[in-house]
Design a protein around this ligand. Sequence first.
Ligand code: ATP
Ligand code: MG
Length: 309
Amino acid sequence: MSKKKVLTITMNPSLDVGSEAEDVITDEKTRCEEPVYDPGGGGINVARVLTRLGVEADALLIAGGHTGNKLIEMLEEESIRIHTIRSRQDTRQNIAIIDNSAGKQYRFVFPGRVPDESVWIKVLDQIRQSISAYDYVVASGSLPEGVPDDLYSRIGKVATDAGKKFVIDTYGEALMKGIRSGAYFIKPNKEEFEDLKELFGVSTDKDLLDKMFKSGIEQVVQTFGKEKTVLHTPERSYEFIPPTIKPRSTIGAGDSFVGGMIAGLVNGLSRDKAVCYGISAAASTLLSEGTDLCDKDEVERIYLENYGE
Ligand SMILES: Nc1ncnc2c1ncn2[C@@H]1O[C@H](COP(=O)(O)OP(=O)(O)OP(=O)(O)O)[C@@H](O)[C@H]1O
Ligand SMILES: [Mg+2]
């Protein structure tokens, strides 16, 4: 096991509920199968992926109520190391229902409940107190209502001031502000990148990248789903092509990329090869059934077959 340690932050976790029905109908009851529960939330998934890939990761998360208890229980069962900040507000649930006759999935995503101010202050305090134990800090996923939208920027400042590598994967204002304190890498998808152009008031990719590198971002990994992944550094931009696969489910691909890329870096790969390792982790997750994440042996196999020397 690698000695480098990663802290992931999840401000808006969820207890994901999945089920299926023959037909999803309107105005009447849709009878569903037994529900399946999964832990949800960007940082939580990144920590789960890192743990599967043999990297030491701690997940810092907010949890409340019986849904929060269930979430914690599931993470403990999976041997994920967690640090919980308790909230008086229940952890949200997100619901995914497969309509078997149409072969489609409906995903209902709820906003997180507004946490008391003391909760997000405790998160910041906890990060400040424990920062020396980590090499990477990953802020991933949405911020719940009521939490200041510069929170990721504040977390980033704590991390970078302590000489740690900060990674951020979110969208909109939280991402734009998070970028202000610099980051080791960010991973916007196509839409998130376009939104950033608007938020930064620029019209070309080059102007946006210049602005981001000026604010201290070291690498921008732009993902385009199955099409390509582009690594931008201040010196150059380089394209990588994901392997051709038949995805079984798209849940967790982005988080698997982030976990995979960090695992690659922690294990001494160059940054180009670490991007390939991230792409391989995402592919493995896409090949897994339902909400399951990547498998280390499969990640290694995909990596060697597609990107090995
Ligand atoms: N059909 C596919 N085949 C192979 N790889 C894919 C496919 N779709 C996505 N990926 C991989 O998934 C990763 C995430 O890319 P994507 O652009 O989908 O990010 P995202 O939209 O942020 O994902 P998420 O919705 O999970 O947050 C990339 O590493 C990409 O290579
Ligand atoms: Mg994403």
